[in-house]
Design a protein around this ligand. Structure first.
Ligand code: GCU
Length: 338
């Protein structure tokens, strides 16, 4: 994280620690229904991003449902720290909620590694079939033991490579390129398997690293590529769609367990409605991001995926016999379901 961002985060956190809510959780008190109560949520995305819009939508819905007694304050742009830092704050109950990509969440909830396994989903339909199944629900709640209660998934589309100069049309094009990945062992393994050199960097530092030539490229979905202005530096975007890594809305188990049944229901309903809202918006914003990126001079490619899929087969095989290997089997069995 940049130094100025760190200082800002420290100041904000100091203020948060002073909040009465923290006192309530230290003493184990329940959240009162008569006095207005605010749940703080930190995330890494820009305010122009569709997931941020969904979180603001959720805040409105919660306000309406609870007649203003249970509110959400959405703090964007990594102001409270990078994604792993926000998860750690949620775990400890310092802030109530975060929206985090499944990739960095893997450091806390090992099952999340499945979403970093390349080409484990055949296509978008297969991906949603899994997320909406019992397995999807199981994965959403897999963080309970780590103090993280999953409320919903947000669509984060497919992640693809973008580079400053050379387009990635086949895995061999990644050779010798320094590619930014999320803070996730599986993302590192994915780029290595495809032949690139992975480097974990915080999302908030990525633009500067690309601009300064420290990195040759990165990988992400079109709305994140566009809203974070990575198109200003990376002019080659190859839609190889190697992973479908959802975002998760997570509430601290400490906060969740102190809400009464009515408050939990308001929150669960508002989250489900915001997920529905986001899924519609996602499609529109993905197309818009690609169109606008092209207008800004970005070349968008749709490479043949066969070579990419072949290249990662040994990586998928290497998981055999592990928890992730079992998840791969369960997911692949759902590929042809109606
Ligand atoms: C996506 C995801 C973010 C994440 C980012 C990243 O945009 O929605 O939560 O921070 O990828 O690559 O770090």
């Amino acid at each position: 994280m940049a130094k100025s961002t760190s200082l800002m985060a420290v100041a904000l956190l100091a203020a948060l620690f002073a909040a009465t809510a923290v006192y309530a959780f230290r003493t184990g008190a329940t959240v009162s229904t008569s006095e207005p109560h605010t749940l703080k949520l930190g995330h890494s995305l820009d305010q122009g991003h569709p997931v941020h819009a969904a979180l603001e939508f959720m805040a409105e819905r919660l306000d309406e449902k609870s007649s203003g007694t249970l509110r959400m304050e959405v703090i964007p742009n990594g102001q409270l720290g990078a994604e792993t830092e926000c998860v750690s704050l949620v775990q400890r109950g310092v802030i109530a909620m975060t929206k985090v990509s499944a990739a960095p969440l893997e450091n806390f909830v090992p099952e999340m590694a499945i979403f970093g396994v390349p080409y484990v989903f055949e296509d978008e339909q297969h991906y949603w079939r899994v997320l909406e199944s019992d397995l999807g629900r199981e994965l959403l709640l897999a963080g309970e033991k780590q103090g993280l209660h999953g409320l919903c998934y947000y669509d984060a589309g497919a992640r693809s490579f973008y580079t400053v100069s050379k387009p990635i049309l086949e895995p061999a094009d990644l050779a010798g390129l320094l590619i930014r990945v999320q803070e996730s062992p599986t993302s590192i393994a994915m780029v290595e398997a495809l032949g690139g050199s992975p480097t974990p960097v915080d999302f908030s530092d990525l633009y500067t690293n690309l601009q300064q030539g420290v990195l040759d490229g990165a990988e992400n979905n079109p709305p994140s590529f566009y809203t974070n202005r990575h198109y200003e530096v990376c002019k080659q975007y190859s839609l190889d769609e190697h992973t479908r890594t959802p975002d998760l809305l997570v509430i601290s188990q400490r906060w969740w367990s102190r809400l009464n049944t009515q408050q939990q229901q308001w929150l669960a309903e508002a989250a489900a409605e915001s997920a529905e809202f986001e899924r519609q918006l996602w499609k529109e914003k993905t197309e818009e991001a690609l169109t606008k990126s092209k207008e800004k001079g970005v070349e968008v490619y749709t490479p043949d995926l066969q070579a990419f899929r072949e290249q990662v087969k040994p990586l998928l095989e290497s998981y055999r016999g592990s928890r992730v290997g079992d998840l791969i089997d369960r997911i692949q069995k759902m590929a042809d379901d109606p």
